[in-house]
Design a binder for this molecule. Structure first.
Ligand code: BG6
Ligand code: MG
Length: 222
């Protein structure tokens, strides 16, 4: 039986993915690295420090900065990101998400946030949706970030469910890879080519519903 839904945040619950992109693009420009939308796909779902490392490798700057300098660059990116998201309100919840959270609550399914973002609790507050969730996995508490399965396994545990009793919702290739590595069925939102590993790909969050989640879960676990 499907017992829990494990939600990515950025790009699933709200469109913060575009703000992460803008903040990395501007930091990249300062470092002389062009972060375009195609390369940004490789950053989606990836932790702050791992994203910076990927940008530095991409720009041929892998050994240029000390650990302290990299931390300062991450802080700079995050400060800019926080400026970009400060005006967010409940109107920024993506279509279909609130009705889905209401359906889950009514049906007694658990909803867990499994985001790589350390900003997740603050964003859920801005969106005023924190109460819909039964738990938020602290990304700092897991050994390895996406595409490793750790955060989704921790999410299942927090829900008190087995991985096979959950379904994960993601917009990033690294996230879908992480869900599948945890042996959890995956629904992806976005480009079907980029997200081909998912059990079902939807163009938009407005296509999400408990019926779609159940159907996908049933086919994936049959
Ligand atoms: C993920 C985003 O959800 O969180 C990534 O897709 C981001 O782009 C990562 O780097 C970490 O987020 P934060 O808010 O902790 O920098
Ligand atoms: Mg995401």
């Amino acid at each position: 039986m499907l017992k829990a839904v494990l939600f990515d945040l950025d790009g699933v619950i709200t469109d913060t993915a575009k703000f992460h992109f803008l903040a990395w693009r501007d930091l990249g420009a300062e470092l002389g690295v062009t972060v375009d939308e195609a390369f940004n796909e490789e950053l989606k779902g990836v932790s702050r420090i791992d994203s910076l490392e990927r940008i530095l490798v991409f720009g041929g700057l892998a050994d240029k900065y000390s650990t302290a300098e990299k931390e300062a660059l991450c802080t700079k990116k995050n400060d800019h990101y926080l400026e970009l998201i400060q005006e967010m309100t409940p109107a920024d919840i993506l279509p279909g998400i609130l009705p889905l959270l209401e359906e889950l609550r009514e049906a007694g399914l658990k909803a867990i946030v499994t985001s790589a973002s350390k900003n997740a609790p603050g964003i859920l507050e801005l969106l005023q949706v924190k109460d819909y969730f039964d738990g938020i996995v602290d990304p700092a508490s897991v050994a390895a970030g996406k595409p490793a399965p750790d955060i989704f396994l921790a999410g299942a545990e927090l829900a008190g469910a087995k991985p096979a009793e959950c379904i994960g919702v993601e917009d990033a290739a690294s996230g879908v890879e992480a869900i599948k590595a945890a042996h959890i069925p995956a629904i992806a939102i976005g480009d079907a080519e980029v997200l081909a590993q998912a059990d079902r790909v939807l163009a938009d969050t407005s296509d999400l519903s408990l019926a779609v989640l159940r159907d996908t879960w049933e086919k994936a676990t049959a």
